[in-house]
Write a protein that binds this ligand. Structure first.
Ligand SMILES: NC(=O)c1ccc[n+]([C@@H]2O[C@H](COP(=O)([O-])OP(=O)(O)OC[C@H]3O[C@@H](n4cnc5c(N)ncnc54)[C@H](OP(=O)(O)O)[C@@H]3O)[C@@H](O)[C@H]2O)c1
Length: 338
C-alpha cells in the first residue's frame, strides 16, 4: 500500500459531458514494480470527447476515470523499481502494455481512460514499464500533450511512414494530431500543406512554418488546391478526417504515396478505385508503442520542440474544456492543470 491510501479522482458516472464527478478513491497497493505518480497536468484528445459522450463504445465499464494523457512526478517507488526514482518527471504511455514491436491483439485493452481508468486523478499508480521520462525543456503542461496526439503523428510520419527532407506532407485541420504532424514534419525538413476551416488558424499555422495553407470551407475542392502547389501530389497524408475526406486525400497523394489513416471526424462514402490505381499505401495507425514514444522524445529534445497549447484550464473545469473541444474552436492542444 502507498503511504497515501486515497486520492481525489474524477469519474465519468454516465455518458454525457456533464457527467463527471469528483470523489475519493482507494489507491491500489503499490506492487514491487509500481510507482505512485502525483499528476500535475492532463490534456484532451478527441477520443476523450467521444468516450464521455458514449460515442466511442457503449461497453466501457463505468464509473471510469477519463483521459489518457497526463504528466506528473514520481512520489513513491516499489521495492524492485529500476527504471525510475522518486522525483522523476514522467508521462504514462497510451496503451500500458504496448512496449515495443508490432501492436498485439490485446494491447487496446490496456488503453488509459477507455478500457482501463485514465489519468484525471490527483495521484495514480502505474507499473514502471508504462511510463516515459519527460524531455527536460518541457513543462508538465506541455508534456501532458504527448502520449496520444504526438505519438500518433510521430508513428504516422517516421515509424510507419517514410518522411525525408524535402518530402511533401498534407495534414488536415489544426487539431492536436495535425499540429504535431506539422511541427515534426517541418523539423525533419519536409514541406507541409495544412487545411483548416478558419483563416485565423491558417495564419497561425503559417507563422509556425506551414508552407501551404488551404481553407477547406472556402475551397470544397481542397485536393485541387494541394495539386496546384504540388502538381505530382504529396508523399504523405495525415488523414484525420475519415470517410468524408479520404477520397480527396487519395486525389492529393502522388502515385506510390502513403496515407496514414488516423481519425474519423467525418462520414461519407469511399471509392477505392483511385487508391489502387495510384498504388497508394493506406496505413492504419493506433497511437504507438513505448519505444516509439521514447524515440519521439529524443527528437522533441534534440529539436527543442514545444507543443502548441491552445488554452489552459484547471482540472475542475473538465466539462468546459470538453465543450471547447466539441466546438472545434481550439488550435493544437487543450490542457488542464492540477
Ligand atoms: N488512430 C489514433 O491513434 C488516433 C490518435 C489520435 C487521434 N485520433 C483521431 O484523429 C482525429 C483528430 O484527433 P485530434 O485529437 O487531433 O482532434 P482535435 O484536436 O479535436 O482536432 C479536430 C480538428 O479537426 C479538424 N476537422 C474537423 N473536420 C474536418 C474536416 N472535415 N476536414 C479537415 N479537418 C477537419 C478541425 O480543424 P479546423 O478547426 O482547423 O478546421 C478540428 O479542430 C479524431 O478522429 C481522433 O479520434 C486517432
Amino acid at each position: 500500500m502507498p503511504t497515501q491510501t486515497t486520492t481525489r479522482a474524477f469519474e465519468l458516472t454516465d455518458y454525457g459531458l456533464d457527467k463527471i464527478t469528483i470523489r475519493d478513491r482507494q489507491l491500489p497497493e503499490l506492487g514491487s514494480h509500481d510507482v505512485l505518480v502525483k499528476m500535475k497536468a492532463v490534456s484532451l484528445n478527441y477520443r476523450d470527447f467521444l468516450i464521455a459522450k458514449g460515442l466511442y463504445s457503449r461497453n466501457l465499464k463505468l464509473p471510469l476515470v477519463p483521459l489518457s494523457d497526463g504528466a506528473g512526478e514520481i512520489v513513491e517507488v516499489g521495492s524492485a523499481v529500476s527504471r525510475f526514482k522518486r522525483g522523476d518527471r514522467v508521462t504514462p504511455i497510451f496503451m500500458q502494455s504496448w512496449i515495443a514491436g508490432q501492436i498485439a491483439a490485446n494491447d487496446g485493452k490496456s488503453a488509459l481512460g477507455g478500457a482501463i481508468d485514465g489519468v484525471l486523478m490527483n495521484e495514480a499508480v502505474f507499473n514502471e514499464s508504462g511510463l516515459v521520462r519527460i524531455p527536460d525543456h518541457l513543462t508538465f503542461e506541455e508534456a501532458a500533450t504527448l502520449p496520444c496526439a504526438a505519438v500518433t503523428a510521430w508513428n504516422a510520419l517516421f515509424e510507419t511512414g517514410n518522411i525525408k527532407p524535402g518530402s511533401k506532407v498534407l495534414t488536415l485541420g489544426t487539431g492536436g494530431v495535425s499540429i504535431f504532424a506539422m511541427q515534426f514534419a517541418k523539423a525533419a525538413g519536409a514541406l507541409v500543406a495544412i487545411t483548416s476551416s478558419s483563416e485565423e488558424k491558417l495564419e497561425r499555422a503559417k507563422q509556425l512554418g506551414a508552407d501551404i495553407c488551404i481553407n477547406y470551407k472556402q475551397n470544397a475542392d481542397w485536393d485541387k488546391e494541394v495539386l496546384k502547389h504540388f502538381p505530382e501530389g504529396v508523399d504523405h497524408v495525415i488523414e484525420v478526417g475519415g470517410a468524408g475526406t479520404l477520397d480527396r486525400s487519395v486525389k492529393a497523394a502522388r502515385p506510390g504515396g502513403h496515407i496514414s489513416m488516423i481519425g474519423r471526424l467525418t462520414d461519407g462514402a469511399f471509392d477505392p478505385t483511385k487508391l489502387l490505381m495510384k498504388h497508394l499505401r493506406l496505413q492504419g495507425i493506433f497511437v504507438g508503442s513505448r519505444e516509439m514514444f521514447e524515440r519521439m522524445n529524443h527528437a522533441v529534445d534534440a529539436n527543442k520542440i514545444s507543443p502548441i497549447i491552445d488554452k489552459g484550464y484547471k482540472v475542475e473545469e473538465i466539462t468546459e474544456a470538453l465543450n471547447t473541444l466539441e466546438s472545434g474552436s481550439h488550435f493544437g492542444k487543450i490542457v488542464l492543470a492540477f
